[in-house]
Design a protein around this ligand. Sequence first.
Ligand code: LLP
Length: 424
Amino acid sequence: MTLPGSPHIAYRGDDLYIEGRSVAALAREHGTPLYAYSQASMLDALASYQRALTGRDHLICYAMKANSSLAVLQTFARAGCGFDIVSGGELERVLAIGVAAKKIVFSGVGKTRAEMRRALEAGVLCFNVESEAELTLLSEIAAAVGKTARVSLRINPDVDAGTHPYISTGLKGNKFGIAHEDALANYLRAAALPGLEVVGIDCHIGSQITDAGPYLDALDRLLELVEAIEARGITIHHLDLGGGLGITYTDEVPPSAETLVRSLLERIDARGHGHRKVMFEPGRSLVGNAGVLVSEVLYVKPGEQKNFCIVDAAMNDLMRPAMYQAWMNIVPCVKRAEPAVLLDVVGPVCESGDWLGKDRELAVRAGDFVAVLSAGAYSMSMASNYNTRGRAAEVMVAGDAAWLIRDREPVAALFAGEHLLPTG
Ligand code: LLP
C-alpha cells in the first residue's frame, strides 16, 4: 500500500518498508529513536529538477540546512549538486566531504567576519548578500585578505508565498534580503566597492510553497531589476531563484519540481533572459519525503478527555510539530488487526508542547514501533539535546542495503565539554 510522500516508503503486507528494508527490523537493529532515509527518494527528487534543467547552464545548490548529515551531502555531491550554506559550520561540513568551494553559495542574513574570511579563503562561488552593511563589511574583508568576493544580492521581492508565517521570507516585514526599491542603489554601490565582483541576483520567498504563482511573481520582479541594473552597465550572470518548493505531508499537491522549473524557464526565455545561468537552492523538496523518524511506543495512557500514546521520540528529536504546529503523518511500522483509537502521540519531554501528532487514529500497543513520515527535512538537522537527550541514530537505505550513517549520540558526549567550578 502506498502512502503520501514517497513511493519508496510503502507497506508490503502489514510491514512498512523503506526500499528493500523493513522499518521495524531497522528499529530492532539500531534502536530508537531512529531516522531512516531512502536514498532513491532523494535522487528521484533531484532528478525532477535535473530533467527540467538539462541543456541549460545551471547549478542546483542543495540547501543543506534541511538535512546536513554527511552521507546525505555525499548523496547529492555525487549526483553533481552544489550546496547552499548558511554558516561557517555548514561550510566545514561540506568541505569535509570533498566538495569544491566553487560549487558553494553562502546565504544568510548574519554572516560573521570570521565566516566571511574562511569562505573567501576557501573560494566559494558566491556570497548571497542580504544588506548594505554586509556588502560594506564583505568588501573590507575581501580587500584585507587580498581576495575578490563574488556577490549576488538577495532581493526581497515583497511577494506573499502563502505559507506559514515562520517560514515566509519574501515579504516586506521579514528580516531577509534587500528591499526591491533599494536594490539598484545597492548594486551600484557593490560595483563601486573594492574586493567585490557582482555576479548574480537572487531571491528566496519562503518554504513549503505549494503553488507556482508566487515564484512567477517574484521572478517577474527580479527580471525587471536585472534589466534596470544592466542598463547601468553591471552584468548579471546568474539568476538564483532560491528554494521553497513544498512537499506532500498530507494532502498538499505542490507542482513537481520539473513542472515548476519548466514554467520558470519559459518565463525567463519569454522575457529574453534565456542566456543567463540559472540556480536553485532546494532543501525540503529534495529530502523531506525521503525520511522517517522511527520511535517505540512506551506507554498507551487512556484519559478522560484524551488518550495518549507516549513514544520514545520527542520534540528534541523532531521540533516541527511543536514549533510550527506542523502536521506530519504517523503510521505503525507493523499494522495490527485491531480497531484504531483516537489519541495524541507525545514524547517524554517535560513540556505540554512536546507532541508529534494530535488526534490520530492508531491501533498501537507498548513495544510497537511507529514512524513519523516526511521527516527527512528540518527534522534531524533541527534536533537538540533538551532534557539531556542524545540525538537519534541515522540509517541510509539504498535498495536492499542499509548503512548506519550516524551513531546514536552517547550521553557522555552531552556534557563532555563542560567544566566544574573550581573547588573550595
Ligand atoms: N535558500 C534560503 C536562503 C533559505 O533560507 C532556505 C530555507 C532555502 C533556500 C531552502 O528552502 P526549502 O527548499 O527547504 O523550502 N525549519 C522550517 C523551514 C525553514 C526554511 C528556512 N530557509 C520547517 O521545518 O518548515
